[in-house]
Design a protein around this ligand. Structure first.
Ligand code: NAD
Ligand code: ZN
Ligand code: ZN
Length: 336
């Protein structure tokens, strides 16, 4: 089978011929049909973050396909079913975080396409308990971006506690942002979308943004304050300074939710203003299996729209270049 492999950080991925993996106890082998290209995969391939994967590895954590084989003890899914394999590839189910509904904070977690091989391959392994069943009525190309971009931003909207009277700033209308915008609207918020390309600003309008802010032409902090200030700002742009401007656009009591993970990202905020204004800064990491089930259910009800283009797995390096240069649609979905 073909797999796209990171052999060295910062170098193009190598398309390799590998044996189809056999599932161990509790595992399944999935035949890939659609595999979303999340910006996290680019960070992984570049070794951008303090905790690094170990090359060689296969990135990808928006993997959707049919169950090809099941290992011993697997009862939750059967051969032929369509499943989605997210970033949270495994959690222990026993620690204080898992028991409290915060499996995404589990210290024993495995991450698909990072600590274990991921979905940029014709076949890939998954822990059956963490593979989500894709409901009928959700096609595989929509399901792939929902598996990370969807669940992550659905969770960020929940963590930000978006209420119907809130002005919600969505900073970065890429793979994550175009879905964040829709979840903020579903929660009842009024949305101000911020980006730096004409195509993404246009897309935000088409998806129902109430305001669009071009961060090339105006300071988003000033623009948001002119609207009364954001109750919630969700940081999805891979650019440190976008967090600072989103923070600067909060109203009193406002909440900044950090989601994007720029290499060596830092945010410096004034203590005085944060205290006197009662503002919060919150980190948000992907979502749980229950969040992903909600995301699929909303999509099956026709309440979200996924914007993507499909490309061959072999185009992965060119596709990464296009994401980095703002030339791609909201999401690129790779096909075997
Ligand atoms: P993407 O490249 O598809 O989207 C980024 C968007 O930000 C693009 O539309 C780009 O034009 C825009 N942008 C760039 N600079 C900007 C600026 N200064 N102001 C406003 N917009 C700007 O990336 P993505 O796949 O949506 O991922 C975004 C980030 O989220 C990545 O860092 C990724 O690793 C991270 N991520 C985090 C989690 C989590 O759980 N916290 C999950 C998935 C992805
Ligand atoms: Zn992702
Ligand atoms: Zn745990």
């Amino acid at each position: 089978m073909r797999a796209a492999v990171v052999r060295r950080f910062g170098e193009p991925l190598v398309i390799e011929d590998r044996p189809i993996p056999n599932p161990g106890p509790g595992q399944i082998t999935v035949r890939m049909q659609a595999s979303g290209l999340c910006h996290t995969d680019i960070h992984a391939a570049n070794g951008d973050w303090p905790v690094k994967p170990t090359p060689p590895f296969v990135p990808g954590h928006e993997g959707v396909g049919t169950v090809h084989a099941v290992g011993s003890g697997v009862a939750s899914v059967s051969v032929g079913e369509t499943v989605a394999v997210p970033w949270l590839g495994y959690a222990c189910g026993e620690c204080e975080y898992c028991l409290a509904g915060w499996e995404t904070l589990c210290l024993k977690q495995q991450n698909t396409g990072y600590s274990v091989d991921g979905c940029y391959a014709e076949y890939f392994l998954a822990e059956a308990a963490f593979a989500a069943r894709v409901p009928a009525g959700v096609n595989v190309f929509d399901a792939a971006p929902l598996t990370c971009a969807g669940v992550t931003t659905y969770k960020a909207v929940k963590v930000g506690n978006v209420r119907p009277t809130d002005l919600v700033a969505i900073s970065g209308i890429g793979g994550l942002g175009h879905l964040a915008l829709q979840y903020a609207k579903i929660a009842g918020g009024t949305v101000a979308a911020i980006d730096i390309t004409d195509e993404k600003l246009q897309l935000a309008k088409e998806l129902g943004a109430d305001y669009v802010i071009d961060a090339r032409a105006e300071n988003p902090a000033v623009a948001l304050r002119a609207l009364g200030g954001a109750d919630v700002a969700i940081g999805l742009a891979v650019d440190d300074k976008s967090f600072a401007t989103a923070y600067g656009g909060l109203r009193r009591g406002g909440r900044l939710v950090l989601v994007a993970l720029p290499a060596a990202g830092t945010l410096s905020i004034p203590v005085f203003d944060t205290v006197l204004n009662g503002n919060s800064v919150i980190g948000s990491i992907v979502g749980t299996r229950a969040d992903l089930a909600d995301v699929f259910a909303l999509h099956a009800l026709g309440r979200t729209k996924v914007i993507y283009e499909t490309r061959d797995l072999g185009s992965v390096n060119a596709s990464i270049g296009d994401v980095l240069h703002g030339r791609a649609k909201a999401r690129i979905v790779l096909q075997p």
